[in-house]
Design a protein around this ligand. Structure first.
Ligand code: ZN
Length: 281
């Protein structure tokens, strides 16, 4: 099943890319507010086949300018650093023995298309698989962790490297939370749509040149292990967002280093989900 945020309402996306508004097709049984749908994820999953078949279902074309972030109101945003060994190496850091966790503050989240303003400094790209939770919990075993995932989306963990590395301790959370630094989209795809949800290709390009290409099979902590370890500490909640880390190829790890400039076009893509397209200004 694929879903999308269409003008701030949840929509099921048909195989031929038509949108079925969840709230209208259910006769108001489900709220148009996307976060409310995550709170009732199991019910929504059960109802989805009927919503697809609903008589007189309100079908609309998916227009890119109407597509937003499919997880727009998370109560918690987790982000995992150094989760690919080759990326840790290019950052000159050791592969961590436990999760390296920070947040991207919710105000940094944005949709899959549009313009992002560059603040002063050195802004870098990081393609990431984004996990959105449908069921929360504590002490979730890795063996059943995929059952807690509502869906997967494409994420970009934009990072201002100068602030990130200044000071005695890393400033990951703040340096990765400028407005627009957390794009997510264009679709939320349920894990069952993937041949193997632990092996997904992801890539990123700048002005048509591919700068990152990797597979989630290379993660130090795969998605189920991330959920298990986070939930040993924090209570996870429906609608929570997890940025799961980036493969190698970021600008700060290049020689010479390379950062985003006004006018650049950033394309962030994940196999089986789609691609996001942003212009930097
Ligand atoms: Zn990252």
């Amino acid at each position: 099943m694929r879903l999308a945020n269409i003008v701030d309402r949840f929509a099921l996306i048909t195989p031929d890319d038509q949108a079925v508004d969840v709230s209208r097709a259910s006769g108001g049984r489900f709220s148009p507010r996307i976060q409310d749908c995550y709170e009732r994820w199991d019910e929504l999953l059960a109802a989805a086949p009927d919503l697809h078949r609903a008589q007189g279902r309100p079908l609309t074309e998916v227009r890119p300018h109407e597509v937003g972030n499919p997880a727009p109101q998370p109560r918690q945003v987790f982000a995992i650093g150094l989760n690919y060994a080759d990326h840790a190496a290019e950052a000159g850091l050791a592969v961590p023995e436990d999760l390296t966790v920070f947040t991207k503050f919710a105000s940094s989240l944005t949709g899959p298309y549009g313009t992002i303003a560059l603040p002063p400094g050195t802004v870098d790209w990081e393609v990431e698989l984004v996990v959105v939770l449908g069921r929360g919990g504590r002490n979730i075993p890795a063996e059943t962790a995929w059952d807690h995932v509502a869906g997967l989306s494409v994420g970009q963990d934009l990072s201002e490297r100068t602030m990130q590395s200044a000071g005695p301790a890393p400033q990951y959370s703040l340096a990765k939370s400028f407005p627009g630094f957390g794009p997510i989209g264009p679709f939320l795809v349920t894990p069952d749509e993937f041949e193997d949800p632990d092996i997904i290709e992801l890539s990123c390009s700048v002005n048509g040149e591919q700068v990152q290409k990797g597979t989630t099979a290379s993660m130090v902590f795969p998605v189920p292990e991330i959920i298990a370890r986070l939930s040993r500490v924090a209570t996870l909640l429906p609608g929570d967002v997890i940025f799961t880390g980036t493969p190698p190829g970021v600008g700060v790890g290049r020689s010479p280093q390379r950062f985003l400039a006004p006018g650049d076009e950033l394309v962030t893509a994940i196999e089986g989900i789609g691609e996001m397209r942003h212009r930097l200004s």
